[in-house]
Design a protein around this ligand. Sequence first.
Ligand SMILES: [Zn+2]
Length: 225
Amino acid sequence: MQRPFDTPPTTHMVFVGLAMLGLVFFLFQLLSPSDRTLVSRWGATLTQSVAANGDALAANSSNALVGTAAQAGRGMGAEARPSGNPLQAANAVMTQGYGVGSHAPAATWGAIDLAIDGDGNGSADPAGSWDHPIYATHSGVVKVTPNSYPAGNHVWIENEQYRTGYAHLADFAVKGGQVVQRGDLIGYIGSTGMSSGPHLDYQVWERHNGTWVNVNPLEFDVLGQ
Ligand SMILES: [Zn+2]
């Protein structure tokens, strides 16, 4: 199209110009319905998330939740990647490292143990740790497993790319199927399952080519705050 309106508009030029305008308009009409579909799909996802946060979560809405989790992962916003300390406390301390002791081999049992130094003497103590709140480190869908072994009362939070595990809880603050965001309260420190004292066992798994791979939680700013 060589700037037809700068040249004297012959009948031919006007016809060509109108035809091209029509073509552009036609293409725009073709494209815009898909935009609207995308918007309404996200709207539906948001509605499902709100419903999932309510207490009236029915078993037959689990399909919608799976869809929500997939959408959250596909979007891969900053909230989807684990970040921060699940105890959100400046006096949180690590009582067992990654890949050692009961956390070995790391590929299967990789985790870190966290507890609270309540009296400020540099090491964790039960009094400061019991029932301390635990928070989601990323967005995802909750899976709750009560009284399991060795994890005790256990919470998974999972999206398409990441899964975090929170073990030995005294009690839950979430229900299975619930959608959480980073910073949401999910439970309280306890000593359920195979545990010698109140602490949080925290795991991070990352999906690689469809397989969940255990990764070091310390790579996700656990002690960086
Ligand atoms: Zn542990």
